[in-house]
Design a protein around this ligand. Structure first.
Ligand SMILES: NC(=O)c1ccc[n+]([C@@H]2O[C@H](COP(=O)([O-])OP(=O)(O)OC[C@H]3O[C@@H](n4cnc5c(N)ncnc54)[C@H](O)[C@@H]3O)[C@@H](O)[C@H]2O)c1
Length: 256
């Protein structure tokens, strides 16, 4: 008798736009059952060609809501539990620290960091039980070094890297690998909506390959880190930035 092969379950936050959307599409293509999370169900459904059926669920969930993650974990346990978690939900507010409000701090730390904490706390027990699983957190090159006008965003993204490295140590013995992906400027509403032509030109000139990242560039890196090909890669930071983070900031010294 042929054994039925169980589909693996992936949870993707920030699934209604940009990088999260690209991750959802790739994991569906790779044969995963995907639980796509965002603030509004309609946004998730509008952003994808996939209809809700046995292998695709649009979940309206604010990543700042710990209880909703517990409910999701219980629902997923009936379907075999979470195998892969990709934390893409994120927000950015630019300003200098002397102009920043408490709400700018709370907003960015609550979505960018607390959300990852809640998702991980609720969903990693299923992975521990199976002795297998992978988590990828989307940080940013802004979490590695400073950006002008973005102290709170940079700090929240640096926190994601610290969290990733620490839990990678804790759960390696449980067969769970946790890694980080750090994009630079990527063609998504987050970057495109707040960027005027001058800033865009500066980015295109600063990026060594002179192009913005595509959401699929980031999704491919995420998929690699969750795959068998990355089975001995844990607690690492993979930049998807066209080489930007390789630059030390010194100007070019062209020969005359
Ligand atoms: N686009 C870039 O240039 C860039 C660069 C570096 C890092 N990043 C990071 O990549 C990740 C994805 O960003 P993107 O560019 O695709 O942005 P995006 O704005 O296109 O998508 C982010 C998604 O997260 C969702 N979201 C926001 N708050 C949420 C919450 N509380 N609960 C649930 N969902 C929520 C939004 O509704 C949106 O659909 C973010 O963490 C971002 O910080 C983006």
């Amino acid at each position: 008798m042929r054994r039925k092969i169980m589909k693996k379950n992936a949870v993707v936050t920030g699934a209604g736009s940009g990088i999260g959307h690209a991750v959802v599409e790739l994991f569906l293509d790779k044969g995963y059952r995907v639980f796509a999370i965002d603030m509004h169900r309609e946004q998730i459904l509008e952003s994808t060609q996939s209809n809700e059926q046995e292998d695709f669920f649009a979940v309206e969930l604010d990543v700042r809501d710990a209880e909703k993650f517990s409910e999701l974990a219980a629902k997923m346990d009936e379907k075999g539990g979470c195998d892969v978690l990709v934390n893409c939900a994120g927000v950015f507010c630019g300003n200098q620290v002397h102009q920043a409000h408490d709400r700018d701090y709370d907003f960015q730390f609550d979505v960018n960091m607390r959300g990852i904490f809640y998702a991980t706390r609720a969903l990693i027990p299923a992975m521990i039980k199976k002795n297998e699983g992978a988590i990828v957190n989307i940080s940013s090159v802004s979490g590695l070094r400073g950006d002008y006008n973005a102290p709170l965003y940079c700090a929240s993204k640096a926190a994601v890297i610290g969290f990733t490295r620490a839990i990678a140590l804790d759960y390696a013995q449980n067969g769970v690998r946790i890694n980080c992906v750090c994009p630079s400027a990527t063609e998504t509403p987050m970057f495109l909506s707040g960027t005027n032509k001058n800033v865009m030109d500066s980015f295109l000139s600063a990026l060594p390959d002179h192009r913005l990242g595509k959401p699929t560039d980031v999704a491919n890196a995420v998929y690699f880190l969750t795959s068998e090909s990355a089975s001995h890669i844990n607690g690492q930071v993979l930049c998807v930035d066209g080489g930007l983070s390789a630059w030390n900031g010194q100007p070019r010294q062209d020969k005359e």
